[in-house]
Write a new protein. Structure first.
Length: 305
């Protein structure tokens, strides 16, 4: 089993890969979503132990030695890393890759026999960029798995060539379920809608296996920290405090607290006066109104004396 524990890779100006954790066993296919392309390539290099991580570890069967992980892993078609050059012919590519396989030369297959065994001999004279993308994808897979030490196959961006999602997923499932049953990881830009298997996300330190139909990790973490409120079920014990010992002091305070003045208590004459009645003050004021300004002035002088 491959275990990546908080694997992180630093870049020149900013991190290429934020801490990422994932696991995959032999015979399994894991799709990892990562953006942009440099992050996908950095993750592929880190998982295959071809780039030293800035933090975290990657281990196979409990062995975290980069040399040990690199020996049992293969990186397939990584852009600007080991993708084949377009000006090569298929036969030249096969000859070049077979010459780089470890082991004594007498164990290596001849070019013609190898191509016949993998049923790609009809493509021998074609330019690599002129063949069907799916045939190119199959060819690179066969060449990478020719090493008998390979137990982990990592595909960098297999979705970038325009191959139908169902086709390259079916091929990777056949590789994982084949006789050698390697662990297979495909680092992609987007998880295909047709995929319902195990998935992982770059920059996410997952603590359990996630599948394509599960909620995204960000949504799960938000619900974990702030669960939605709901009404309790009929048979479910209520979490609301109903103790009389706790509620009684509150009840006493509410009963003893003075109620705010109403319009009737603060202004009783105004509140209880009929709607069409004439105020008494206005009647008195009308009776005491002087007939003339002089009479009113004389009355004021008399009152002051």
């Amino acid at each position: 089993m491959l275990i990546a524990n908080s694997l992180a890779i630093a870049g020149r100006h900013q991190p290429l890969l934020e801490p990422t954790s994932l696991t995959v066993s032999r015979g399994e296919l894991l799709l990892v979503q990562a953006e942009p392309q440099p992050t996908r390539t950095a993750l592929s290099l880190g998982l295959s132990a071809r780039m030293r991580p800035g933090a975290g570890t990657v281990s196979w069967a409990g062995n975290s030695s980069l040399r040990s992980v690199r020996k049992i892993s293969t990186l397939i078609d990584s852009p600007e890393i080991n993708e084949p050059e377009a000006h090569l012919k298929v036969r030249d590519l096969v000859a070049e890759d077979l010459a780089l396989q470890p082991g004594p030369r007498w164990r290596r297959s001849s070019i013609n026999s190898w191509m016949e065994r993998h049923k790609v001999d009809h493509l021998a004279g074609n330019w690599l960029d002129a063949i069907d993308p799916l045939d190119r994808f199959l060819l690179l897979t066969y060449l990478s798995l020719d090493d008998s030490n390979v137990k982990l196959a990592i595909f960098d961006s297999p979705d970038r060539h325009g191959i139908p999602e169902e086709d390259w997923i079916a091929h990777l499932k056949n590789v994982a379920g084949g006789r050698r049953a390697p662990a297979v990881i495909a680092v992609v830009a987007r998880i295909p809608m047709c995929w319902d298997g195990a998935v992982a996300f770059a920059g996410h330190t997952q603590t359990h296996r996630i599948f394509a139909r599960d909620p995204k990790p960000e949504v799960v973490s938000q619900k974990t920290t702030a669960p939605e409120t709901r009404e309790p079920l009929p048979d479910e014990p209520s979490t609301i405090v109903e103790s009389t010992d706790v509620m009684e002091p509150v009840k006493e305070i509410l009963e003893t607290e003075q109620a705010p003045p109403t319009l009737a208590t603060e202004y009783p004459t105004k509140a209880l006066r009929p709607e069409n009645s004439v105020p008494e003050d206005s009647v008195q004021a009308k009776d005491s109104t002087p007939d003339s300004p002089g009479q009113g002035l004389a009355q004021e002088v008399k009152e002051t004396r």
